[in-house]
Write a protein that binds this ligand. Structure first.
Ligand SMILES: NC(=O)c1ccc[n+]([C@@H]2O[C@H](COP(=O)([O-])OP(=O)(O)OC[C@H]3O[C@@H](n4cnc5c(N)ncnc54)[C@H](O)[C@@H]3O)[C@@H](O)[C@H]2O)c1
Length: 337
């Protein structure tokens, strides 16, 4: 299947629940599902310091239902899951260092929270399909590249371990109970609606905020580590495609650009897009150094073969579109700074 052949019309009138839907990826999925004619419910606990932001859904505020609530509350999920066609499970504790400092907290949200969503589907609506947000953090330091879905998982933090467990729960429930389920392992996602108030994740967007506010960007070490940066609209496209495709049921897929980018080159691209900004190198903090990955890039071949997906936006273009988005809205994304 070629990229443009995919038929998205089946999303019309579908009922969609997005946990973590006020956050970066969830809100972009919400915007896309509304545009496709779906009936969207957002569930978000609005926990600090994560990416929830009412500005993320201002264009579709009158078209979506927003429930403030927590995936750790199983009873609430029992109320919300019945009647849904799709559950995009984005809610997560997303900080790698936080996961190490507070392992139980990470486990409660990323493992028990995921089990709660699965139990709600099992007990109240086995017709619903769950699409889970997995992570490159499940892999750890690659033993070969490009990383594919057969690569062993050796996470370097509690977040990665719990994402791995969450994914396994999703696949297990699919096997035992037969309801449709998919896991997308995301790489470094960037773009419009990512939080800009903290640098502990979403580093590209954080650096962009620094450049826009004349703050010096700090690069740990020599900045020669590599990453696979993928633009948000491509990621959303992957989520909607696997949701609508029966062939994806019971599968895991990497979502990445397939391009290995040197960290420092990403920084320079950000500065060029903003039109100002400077960076300096500083030593790695100890905890970060212990968990930092040196090289990373994936192949998206499996996803392409299944649903025709391929990234449409290269780094330079995506970073420029991100800068254009925030030029007018940075203030709305600065609540904790
Ligand atoms: N952004 C990336 O580069 C990336 C990479 C790999 C995986 N992911 C995964 O994608 C998903 C979305 O991440 P994001 O970048 O949009 O982060 P985000 O912080 O912007 O969004 C996460 C949202 O989840 C909400 N949330 C947190 N705990 C909750 C709970 N217990 N109950 C209900 N809501 C809760 C937060 O308030 C926030 O709005 C996460 O599962 C994350 O692990 C993201």
């Amino acid at each position: 299947m070629s990229h443009s052949d995919f038929d998205f019309t089946a999303m019309k009138n579908k009922r969609v629940l997005i946990s973590g839907g006020l956050g970066f990826i969830g809100s972009n999925i919400a915007q896309r599902c509304v545009a496709l004619g779906a009936k969207v419910t957002i569930l978000d606990a609005c926990i600090e310091p994560y990416g929830w932001n009412h500005a993320n859904i201002e264009e579709v505020r009158n078209d979506v239902r927003v429930i403030k609530g927590d995936v750790r509350n199983r009873g609430l999920l029992f109320e919300l899951v019945p009647g849904q066609d799709f559950v995009f499970h984005m809610a997560a504790q997303v900080g790698r260092e936080i996961s190490i400092e507070q392992p139980e907290f990470d486990t409660e949200i990323n493992c028990i929270g995921t089990l709660n969503v699965l139990e709600a589907i099992r007990q109240h609506n086995t017709g619903a399909k769950i699409v889970f947000a997995g992570s490159r953090g499940q892999i750890g330091e690659p033993v070969y590249m490009p990383v594919d879905e057969n690569h062993p998982q050796n996470p370097t933090d509690v977040y990665g371990i719990n994402k791995m467990a969450g994914e396994q729960y999703v696949l297990l429930y699919n096997k035992i109970y037969g309801f449709p389920a998919v896991s997308l392992r995301l790489n470094n996602v960037y773009g419009p609606r990512c939080q800009m108030h903290a640098g502990f994740y979403g580093i590209l967007n954080w650096f962009m905020a620094n450049a826009m506010q004349d703050k010096v960007i700090t690069v740990y070490g020599d900045g020669q580590q590599t990453r696979d940066y993928v633009y948000i609209s491509d990621v959303v496209d992957a989520f909607v495609r696997v949701a609508l495709s029966d062939a994806a049921n019971g599968e895991i897929y990497f979502v990445g650009s397939g391009v290995e980018t040197v960290f420092l080159d990403m920084v320079k691209t950000v500065i060029a897009s903003v039109g100002k900004g400077e960076y300096k190198h500083i030593p790695f903090p100890k905890t970060r150094e212990a968990i930092d990955i040196k090289k990373f890039v994936v192949t998206y071949q499996k996803l392409h073969d299944a649903v025709g997906w391929q990234p449409q936006t290269d780094l330079k273009t995506g970073v420029q579109m991100t800068a254009d988005f925030y030029q007018k809205r940075l203030q709305k994304y600065q609540r904790n700074s």
